[in-house]
Design a protein around this ligand. Structure first.
Ligand code: ZN
Length: 254
C-alpha cells in the first residue's frame, strides 16, 4: 500500500482495532524494496506502532531466477547496513503447485536458495505452500530448515499442522479460518499450541467473513483473531496476547 493517504487511513483504522504493529511482505525484488521503503517511512512517522518488512521471491515469480535472488540477498545486506532491524524475514517463498505460475523446477530452486539466505542472515523464513505439502517438507528437511520458520496462511488440516509443528515451525492463520468450506483449517487451529500460533491478514487477499471479497486490510487481523479464539474456545483478548507473543518469537522482534 504505497499511497500515503491509503496507508494513513489503514493505520488509523488498524490502531482503532487494537492492532499495534505490522509486517509488510515482499514477493519479488520490486515489492521487497517497496516493503522496506514503506517500513522505513512508517518508523519515522509512527512512533507508537511497530513495523517490519520481509524480502523474498514468491513461487509465482520464481522464474525470475538467480538474478532476482541475488537482488534479494543484496537488499538484506543493504538493509543491515542502512536500516538495521527493518528486515526480519526472507519470503514469502515456497511452492505453489495450484497455480504453477512458474515452472516447478524454478520454484524448488528459488525455495532452496531462500532457505539458505534465511540461514546465512539469521532471518526467519516465511513459507507459502499450496498443493505442494510433500515437496515442501522434503525441501525443508533436506535443505535444513532455518531456526525460525513461519508457515504463512496455513491451509492444511491437523495432519499437515503436526508435520509443520514437528519441524519446529509456527503456523499463521488467515481469514480462511472464517470460511465455511475450511473446517480442516479450524481443526488445525484447535490443535496448534498457543506459543506457535500466529494470525495474519495476507492483505490485500483473503478478507475474513463478513468482509469476504473486499480488499483485505490490517485492521481485520482482529477479525481473524476473534475467529481463531472462538474456534479454540478462548477469549479473544487471550488469543491476541498469545499470538502477539508468538509473532515476536517467530520473527525475533525482541
Ligand atoms: Zn502467500
Amino acid at each position: 500500500m504505497p499511497e500515503d493517504v491509503a496507508t494513513a487511513d489503514a493505520l488509523d483504522e488498524a490502531k482503532a482495532a487494537g492492532v499495534d504493529g505490522l509486517i509488510c511482505i515482499g514477493t519479488d525484488p520490486e515489492s521487497s524494496r517497496q516493503a522496506v521503503d514503506l517500513v522505513v517511512a512508517l518508523r519515522e512517522r509512527e512512533l507508537d506502532f511497530g513495523s517490519w518488512a520481509t524480502v523474498g521471491l514468491h513461487p509465482h515469480d520464481a522464474s525470475l531466477g538467480s538474478a532476482a535472488l541475488r537482488e534479494v540477498d543484496e537488499q538484506i545486506m543493504a538493509g543491515d547496513r542502512d536500516h538495521p532491524g527493518v528486515i526480519v524475514a526472507v519470503g514469502e517463498c515456497g511452492l505453489d503447485y495450484h497455480y504453477d505460475y512458474s515452472p516447478r523446477d524454478a520454484q524448488r530452486l528459488a525455495f532452496e536458495a531462500q532457505i539458505d539466505l534465511a540461514a546465512k542472515h539469521g532471518l526467519t523464513l516465511v513459507v507459502h505452500t499450496r498443493a505442494a505439502w510433500d515437496d515442501t517438507f522434503d525441501i525443508l528437511r533436506s535443505a535444513g530448515s532455518p531456526e525460525r520458520v513461519v508457515m504463512h496462511c496455513f491451509t492444511g488440516g491437523p495432519v499437515e499442522a503436526k508435520r509443520c509443528l514437528d519441524l519446529g515451525a509456527y503456523l499463521s492463520f488467515s481469514g480462511i479460518v472464517t470460511f465455511k468450506g475450511a473446517p480442516e483449517v479450524r481443526d488445525a487451529a484447535v490443535i496448534c499450541p498457543a506459543d506457535r500460533l500466529l494470525v495474519e491478514t495476507d492483505a490485500p487477499f483473503l478478507a475474513p467473513v463478513p468482509h469476504r471479497g473486499k480488499p483485505n486490510r490490517p485492521a481485520w487481523v482482529a477479525v481473524v483473531g476473534e475467529a481463531v479464539a472462538e474456534t479454540r474456545g478462548e477469549k479473544p483478548a487471550d488469543l491476541a496476547a498469545s499470538s502477539t507473543e508468538a509473532t515476536r518469537a517467530a520473527f525475533a522482534l525482541g
